[in-house]
Design a protein. Structure first.
Length: 134
């Protein structure tokens, strides 16, 4: 006579395999993002800016390394990226994953010029930054 655990063993094994795969994919994505940040000399954050009536989580450039690609392009700490095709950190890293020497155009609003507004077109004048892939 089989026990309940013996009956459920295949399901448990597949569940463990699925969890392991999810963790591995998460690790690989995180490792790739860290490599891109190190390569370009910056890091990002998405602060929760709860201005009424909007809930805004902009993609903010943080910890800009002087002499790095982002520092050389003129990015400053707390610049906010405003790109129609970039709505997440993952999309930004995909955009930056280019061969050495590729020029990547990014638009940013300096934090002190950022206006909280529900309409993205009214959040401030963006500045073009040209990043050369290292």
């Amino acid at each position: 006579m089989k026990t309940i655990i013996e009956d459920k063993l295949p399901e448990i094994a597949w569940s463990i395999i699925l969890i392991a795969l999810i963790l591995c994919v998460g690790y690989l994505v995180s490792h790739h993002q860290n490599a891109i940040e190190k390569r370009y000399g910056f890091c990002t954050m998405t602060p929760d800016l709860q201005w009424t009536p909007c809930h805004i989580e902009p993609l903010m450039i943080r910890c800009v390394k002087q002499g790095g690609a982002f520092g050389n392009a003129g990015f400053k700490d707390r610049d906010i990226l405003v790109l129609p095709q970039v709505h997440s950190v993952t999309a930004l890293y995909k955009l930056l994953d280019q061969p050495k020497g590729t020029i990547i155009e990014l638009n940013a609003i300096p934090y002190d010029q950022f206006k909280p507004d529900c309409d993205p077109d009214k959040r401030g004048k963006s500045l073009k930054r040209f990043v050369v892939a290292p």
